[in-house]
Design a protein around this ligand. Sequence first.
Ligand SMILES: [Zn+2]
Ligand SMILES: [Zn+2]
Length: 265
Amino acid sequence: MNITSSPLINLHTHTPLCRHATGVVDDYCHHAIQRGMKVLGFSDHTPLPDGRWPWERMSMDELGRYNALIDHASDRYDDLVVLKGMECEYSPEYHAFFEDTLLGELEFDYLIGAVHYFPHQGSWFNIFEDQMNGSTFNSYSRYFIDMLESGLFKYIAHPDIFGCSYPDWDANCEACARDILDASVEHHTVLEINCKGYLKPKLNTKRGTRNPYPWFKFWEIAAEYDVQYIVNSDAHKPSHVNANIDKGLKLANFYRLKPATLKIS
Ligand SMILES: [Zn+2]
Ligand SMILES: [Zn+2]
């Protein structure tokens, strides 16, 4: 099917298996049906074969359960298309797991690439807890580009997430944004306007308060590029199943960004 962003479609939904979301799979589906939504894609945080970052994702042992829960939901509802996805950090050693196990053997409908950590000077930098500075931007954009060049991902989540830990837009941000946008155009990579950022506490900056993401400056620059977007809620609780997608679409329309049409399964 072909999918274009609308408040009735969300391709970024979590489950309690990630240990920081609430509500069971059916609760998310019921909320979606109540709101007249047409498509709900689950994309919980992927387990990793080496067990990395276990506190915020299912274990490899739980993968079969997740797979069965989403398969069951997609058979169960006539009025809602339920898709099976996963949100993935990228590292070359995981490539075969994503490609052969998730997309291959388990027939996932799609994978999302997402930066929550990136390698910097020999260790993993945590985008939510560590403070970005000039030297981290190159590491962020290099990692982001490696991820999109893997070709595994239907879209890349929250490209502007560096806005969580760097309050004021400057030349570092602009260079990073342009590197990401150049590569996204070259590889026809779709970028996500992630509306979970609207639910997070605002940041204080020299120019007043703002949401950590979406960071408007990033999308203003994106408007100069032939890059396509998708808007998702990134729901971690059932009542957020399409929260603020209308705001994300307004942002996209304001900057006249190009909507993606994703072909899924
Ligand atoms: Zn999460
Ligand atoms: Zn997410």
